[in-house]
Design a protein around this ligand. Structure first.
Ligand code: ATP
Ligand code: MG
Length: 573
């Protein structure tokens, strides 16, 4: 699947390099004989073979208060049965299995069973509407879908005729509507000891769609050797060790929920907590206390909701089990780092990566000094830099200079292509660098600081303004819960800053409040950078993975077409 365009060479070189130096050490930590490697084997069967089958792999906390434990042996057996269902059906390497489910145990069995069978797995958010589901299944050429009866009836049945590649629809439980197969009896009839497929390091394993924050989502293809990096980064960046009670709050509908919500914990023999329900403050705090969560991986959007509820709401709970807390997905405002230190006795550790990179690239690792507002430093083995790609020649930027965040390909979990979009993929590479599309700076200590998406940068009276800096200053104001900042055209300045904000409880929109916020921003940022205008909103437009969609705020502001909004979640003016 390696690209054939101008950067095909880069990626092949990457795949080769992934066996040398630090990656050779990482390979040695997994159990990949004769050039074969399989993610599901590394996460489950390997532990069973080494005598750890009875240890807990997954604790599932259902919406209605049900709690179910799965050992490594349980999951190894169930995923083998599921792999058996797929191979009995006649699927073969390269065939594509999709899931459309909430965070229920069948989702995890589907993911790992598909990988064990050597097929390609693609998870979809259960909350997606029919159109985003249809386009993704069409792009990924889905032959199989695993879903629930309710989701099938509501979302799949009406569009099934428009999905000619979809042959087998498996429905969780013991009964299935016409044209579908019930998963329960199929699993019961399948053999529990199917052989793991002979997947190689380069066998395609997963297609993950990007969040769609900046435009039409891309389908990033990942291969089985990614597991080497998930094992490595799980240890280095999240401190996962055998037996660690670990909770990743992300849904497998986006990459964090798979790389670090399934693969990294299992391969490191940690116990993963899976909570079916969406964000619910009390339920979350209770989960940490009751399950004695040790490592917690979440996102800024959730952290800002905790902050909005206030430190008082956290007081009744015992968080003493927590030894490491991390955040990803969006920039983590310094205010959130400082707040978490007060409430949990330790900071959230920000880390940066993308669907494309498959794993954490830059992080505030355990034991590192946290500089609030910084994403941390590249993991050992990851070569990251800030480059200026505007001029005719790509040039590495100096200290504290804003430029595009770039990575040297060569780590094992790098994407291998954007499915059916070779040209878009090729554009990601220049001069031997992978270009992230994000702007950042590196300081004298080697810490990286996020500035904004390349598309979101604001140019005002000769200043370059990153929306993150302005948003972080705004949420230091006691009234503000969240902020999204864009640049709007201005005759004299080129662009000026405009901010959309949501308020904390106990605050209501008013002219006085707007004046006060603008005064606060001017004091913090200076008149050139402070927003000229503040708009109060009930919520900000966000993707399903919790990212503020600034491009949508801007398109509306300018009366332009909204573009692809297939991943849009909340949005109330
Ligand atoms: P699309 O590529 O479709 O526009 P997306 O980039 O949001 O969507 P993801 O791959 O889910 O899709 O998200 C990766 C992006 O999220 C990064 O490129 C970056 O912009 C942002 N991001 C992730 N972690 C951080 C972080 N710690 N700090 C700042 N930004 C982050
Ligand atoms: Mg992106």
């Amino acid at each position: 699947m390696a690209g054939e365009g101008s950067c095909g060479k880069t990626v092949d070189a990457g795949a080769r390099l992934a066996r040398s130096g630090i990656w050779a050490e990482a390979w040695a930590q997994i159990d990949a004989p004769d050039g074969m490697v399989n993610i599901a084997y590394e996460g489950l069967d390997r532990h069973v073979l080494h005598g750890h089958g009875s240890e807990l792999a997954l604790i599932w906390l259902g919406k209605d208060g049900v709690r179910v434990e799965y050992s490594f042996a349980d999951l190894a057996a169930q995923t083998s049965r599921f792999a058996g269902v797929l191979t009995d059906y006649g699927l073969k390497e390269g065939d594509s299995v999709f899931s459309l489910m909430g965070r229920i145990p069948e989702l995890y069995i589907t993911a790992l069973g598909t990988l064990k069978a050597g097929l390609v797995f693609t998870p979809l958010f259960s909350a997606f509407g029919p159109e985003p589901i249809r386009t993704r299944m069409e792009i990924g050429n889905a032959r199989v879908l695993v879903t629930t009866e309710a989701l099938y009836k509501r979302k799949i049945e009406p569009l099934r005729a428009s999905l000619p590649s979809l042959e087998l629809v498996l429905i969780t439980g013991n009964e299935a509507p016409e044209g579908c197969t019930a998963l329960g009896p199929a699993l019961a009839a399948a053999s529990p000891d199917i052989a793991v497929a002979n997947t190689t390091p380069e066998t395609p394993a997963l297609i993950h769609f990007t969040s769609g924050t900046t435009g039409k989502p891309k389908g990033a293809v990942h291969v089985h050797q990614a597991v080497v990096y998930h094992a490595y980064s799980g240890r280095k960046a999240l401190d996962l060790t055998p037996g660690t009670i670990y909770w990743c709050t992300a849904d497998p509908g986006w990459v964090t929920g798979t790389s670090y919500g399934i693969i990294a914990p299992l391969v490191n023999r940690a116990t993963m907590i899976v909570v079916e329900a969406e964000f619910d403050l009390e339920r979350w705090y209770e989960t940490i206390q009751r399950e004695k969560v040790e490592v917690w991986y979440t996102a800024p959007t959730a952290i800002r909701m905790m902050m909005r509820a206030g430190a008082k709401a956290a007081m009744p709970y015992d968080f003493s089990s927590l030894r490491f807390m991390a955040s990803v997905g969006e920039p983590l405002n310094p205010e959130a780092v400082i707040w978490s230190e007060k409430v949990f006795g330790q900071p959230f550790h920000d880390n940066w990566w993308q669907t494309e990179t498959g794993g954490i690239m830059i992080a505030n690792r355990p034991g590192m000094t946290v500089k609030p507002g910084s994403m941390g430093k590249p993991l050992p083995g990851v070569e990251a830099s800030i480059v200026d790609n505007e001029a005719s020649n790509l040039r590495e930027a100096g200290e504290n200079e804003i430029g595009e965040l770039a990575l040297r390909p060569g780590w094992p979990s790098m994407m291998r292509s954007y499915i059916h979009e070779q040209a878009r993929y090729d554009k990601c590479f220049a001069d031997g660098w992978y270009l992230s599309g994000d702007l950042a700076m590196r300081d004298a200590d080697g810490y990286f600081w996020f500035v904004g998406r390349a598309d979101d940068l604001i140019k005002s009276s000769g200043h370059l303004i990153g929306p993150f800096e302005v948003e972080s200053a705004l949420i230091e104001h006691p009234a503000i819960a969240e902020a999204g900042v864009i640049g709007i055209p201005d005759e004299t300045a080129g662009e000026v800053v405009k901010a959309y904000v949501t308020l904390n409880p106990d605050f209501a929109p008013s002219d006085t409040l707007e004046r006060d916020i603008r005064g606060h921003a001017r004091k913090k940022l200076g008149a050139a950078v402070a927003p000229r205008e503040i708009i109060f909103r009930k919520s900000l437009p966000k993707t399903r993975s919790g990212k503020i969609m600034r491009r949508l705020l801007k398109a509306r502001e300018l009366g332009l077409p909204e573009g692809d909004i297939s991943t849009l979640e909340t949005d109330e003016s």
